[in-house]
Write a protein that binds this ligand. Structure first.
Ligand code: PLP
Length: 467
């Protein structure tokens, strides 16, 4: 029986591997320090495995295997970790898969603006220093009817900035039914604490009345806040105070009323078969002093937090030192501006903003696309699987419209020679990863979130995985 010491000493040295066939040639392809470091780490892994394994009789470390692992490891380190994947889950705003995907033409403009110089903070008319917020302020005012607007990194930052500017050191009244957690540790009470404002909860989980707010107002009250409960629904015996009533109360006591809309839509998507969600324009029309929302939820743009509302408050926010910490970068700003411009024409927005197109696509169209891919996949049948076209439902995702199920068409694949988990794993580890869903021993490909130019990749990956 081999002992640990012998096995440890059988591991080749770094220099030996550097000169070995299969690695020698890599010196011209990869930076030498990275190669050496990768060899060291791989060898350390082997040593650790030996040290940590009780029964080493099944272990062996032949040179070929070690070399193969090193080569794979260096390649992996050279490739970008953050990469393009195919979303076959049907979840349109998939937070783990980057939420909204952006229009190609807009991306060309983002590349140009960021690979060369830009007028990010330069006023081309006057030839003097300008503000990065000016590029989108006019269009946001036009699209929402607000007096003023600004943008930061994301909506969480927007909420924090608003609270810190308006309510630091004072109290903010929020209904208990609206103390939401969005995920990724964004909870209204925690954000409130960080901003330096004190949360005053009123009402109960299912019912809050106007008098609950009224009774909570005192000389320390700095704001009344409404939070759109975008990611869950309370049904049944419920009551929320309308925005108009909250605004009237705020006006009568000289207290600003603010709203975190979450998803924040610029057009009413109920015309296109989606559930009704309040638009930013409606929130402003109700008299809200400040409204915040995300750039990469139903708006369909890049990650950003948008703040619109009364000029006096927005001006104060622009001067808050947190604004510098939360500031939006030029690539995001370019993508946001491009996306907002598509909203000048509602029909154009629906057609050209990828997530709006996916959300409003008729399931009959999706069925046609599924049939097209299906006819190409017939050939994988010979590799031992059953495939079928099925009716199913896709989700909006991103904590938006949580109860809404959109009819869709999926392709289901039941592998006969490998397990469904193995197939899912192979697709996920494809060169261009394909992210799928498993349902009852079958892989589900929901065509709603798949582009036609991705069919080739899917077909090839499936053939390879099942062979
Ligand atoms: C999503 C959401 C947020 C957080 O927005 P991010 O852009 O993800 O930071 C805050 N509030 C509400 C109500 C939300 O739905």
């Amino acid at each position: 029986m081999i002992d640990k010491k012998t096995l440890l000493s059988s591991i080749p040295a770094v220099d030996e591997l550097l000169n070995a066939e299969g690695i020698k040639g890599l010196i011209h392809l990869y930076p030498r320090p990275l190669l050496v470091d990768s060899i060291r780490r791989s060898l350390n892994n082997c040593r650790q495995t030996i040290i940590n394994t009780q029964d080493i009789s099944s272990l062996s470390f032949d040179k070929e295997t070690i070399i193969r692992e090193i080569v794979e490891y260096v390649k992996k380190r050279m490739n970008n970790n953050l990469k393009y994947v195919i979303n076959a889950t049907g979840v349109v705003l998939h937070t783990n898969l980057g939420r909204a995907c952006l229009n190609d033409e807009i991306m060309e403009y983002v590349v140009k603006v960021s690979s060369r110089y830009s007028n990010l903070e330069f006023d081309l008319d006057k030839g003097v220093r300008g503000s990065r917020y000016d590029h989108v302020e006019e269009i946001l005012k036009y699209l929402t009817n607000a007096e003023a607007a600004m943008v930061v990194n994301n909506n969480a930052a927007a909420v924090m900035l608003v609270l810190s500017t308006i309510a630091k050191g004072g109290e903010v009244i929020v209904s208990r039914g609206q103390l939401v957690e969005i995920g990724g540790s964004f909870r209204i009470p925690d954000v409130m604490a960080q901003s330096g404002a004190k949360l005053v909860e009123v009402g109960t989980t299912n019912k809050t009345h106007l008098w609950d707010y009224e009774n909570a107002i005192n000389e320390n009250t700095k704001a009344i806040m409404k939070v759109h409960t975008s990611n869950y629904r309370i049904l049944g015996f419920t009551k929320e105070v309308s925005s108009e009533d909250l605004v009237a109360l705020g006006r009568s006591k000289n207290i600003p009323v603010i709203e975190d809309l979450g998803s924040g839509m610029l057009i009413d998507l109920s015309k296109y078969g989606l559930p009704y969600e309040p638009t930013v324009k409606e929130a402003i029309a109700s008299g809200m002093d400040v409204v915040t929302f995300s750039g990469d939820k139903l708006l369909g743009g890049p990650q950003a937090g948008i703040i619109v509302g009364k000029k006096q408050y927005i001006e104060q926010m622009k001067r808050n030192p947190l604004t510098r910490a939360f500031r939006i970068d030029k690539m995001t700003l370019a993508a946001l501006e491009g996306t907002l411009r598509l909203y000048y024409d509602e029909e154009k927005a629906i057609k050209e903003i990828p997530i709006l197109k996916m959300l409003t696509e008729d399931y009959k169209e999706i069925r046609k696309r599924a049939e097209k891919l299906y006819s190409r996949l017939i050939k994988i049948l010979e590799h031992g699987c059953t495939i079928a076209i099925e009716e199913d439902y896709s989700e909006v995702g991103g904590g938006s419209m949580p109860t809404h199920k959109m009819p869709t068409t999926v392709i289901s694949i039941y592998p006969e020679k490998i397990s469904v988990n193995q197939l899912e794993n192979k697709l996920r580890n494809n060169e261009i990863p394909i992210i799928t869903r498993i349902h009852k021993d079958k892989i589900i490909l929901d065509l709603r979130t798949v582009w036609e130019d991705e069919y080739d990749i899917i077909e090839y990956a499936l053939v390879k995985a099942l062979q």
